[in-house]
Design a binder for this molecule. Structure first.
Ligand SMILES: [Zn+2]
Length: 217
């Protein structure tokens, strides 16, 4: 099974992908991870990507798709893989389709994870980070023993600028602008399943498995 998982930050798609990866041995593939790995390898492409990112520009879709193309041909992808948050735009979809043709590979299902803004904001704006060791807490879900103090090192916990509602809304707008057309596109092709992931992971997981196992038959 080759899957695409889509959804806004905070919806938990990465968690569902990791659980499935464990269960079915389908690796979870994220473009961000591939970029970070390539940079860490200090390959010629990694160096180029790093300089693009450092200059504040976006990595070219062609570079991302080259990394994806290489990754899905590795042995562990033979029985399937899960794209976590890729593709992100219609341009990336078109590049992916070129790859599908070239490699004789198909995408079996696109799962779009959704949750209300209220739920997502609660998850995201509750995050607190330790100034000293960067450990992450959540005021409701993973509270520190003493409010505002890191359990591990005693450092001060703070809310990163990225985790404020204003910053989150800016990222969502950008996400919707890029991703809506692609969701409509996969829906028209009959490839899309939507999952309301407002509830806890353990409650949503059976629904994810149901949708995927139905598609496997
Ligand atoms: Zn700490």
């Amino acid at each position: 099974m080759n899957l695409i998982f889509l959804g806004k930050q905070g919806v938990g798609k990465g968690t569902y992908a990791s659980r499935l990866a464990e269960r079915y041995k389908w690796p979870k593939i994220s473009a961000g991870d591939l970029l970070r790995e390539e940079i860490a390898k200090k390959s010629p492409m990694g160096r180029e990507i790093e300089s693009v990112i450092n200059s504040g520009h976006l990595v070219k879709p062609e570079q991302i798709s080259a990394l994806i193309e290489k990754r899905i041909q590795e042995a562990d992808c033979k029985n399937g893989f899960i794209f976590d948050g890729y593709p992100r735009s219609m341009e990336q979809v078109r590049l992916l389709e070129g790859m599908q043709k070239k490699l004789g590979m198909k995408i079996d299902l696109v799962v779009n994870f959704t949750a209300s803004d209220k739920v997502l904001l609660e998850r995201l704006t509750g995050r607190r980070t330790c100034r000293k060791c960067a450990a992450i807490y959540h005021i409701k879900n993973i509270p520190p023993k003493v409010p505002g103090i890191c359990d591990k090192c005693g450092g001060e916990l703070y809310q990163r600028d990225d985790d404020t509602e204003a910053a989150i809304r800016v990222r969502w707008e950008e996400y919707d602008r890029q991703t809506k057309p692609l969701i409509d596109y996969y829906e028209k092709k009959g490839m899309l399943a939507e999952i309301d992931a407002s509830d806890e992971v353990d409650k949503i997981m059976p629904r994810v498995l149901e949708i995927i196992e139905k598609r496997m038959k």
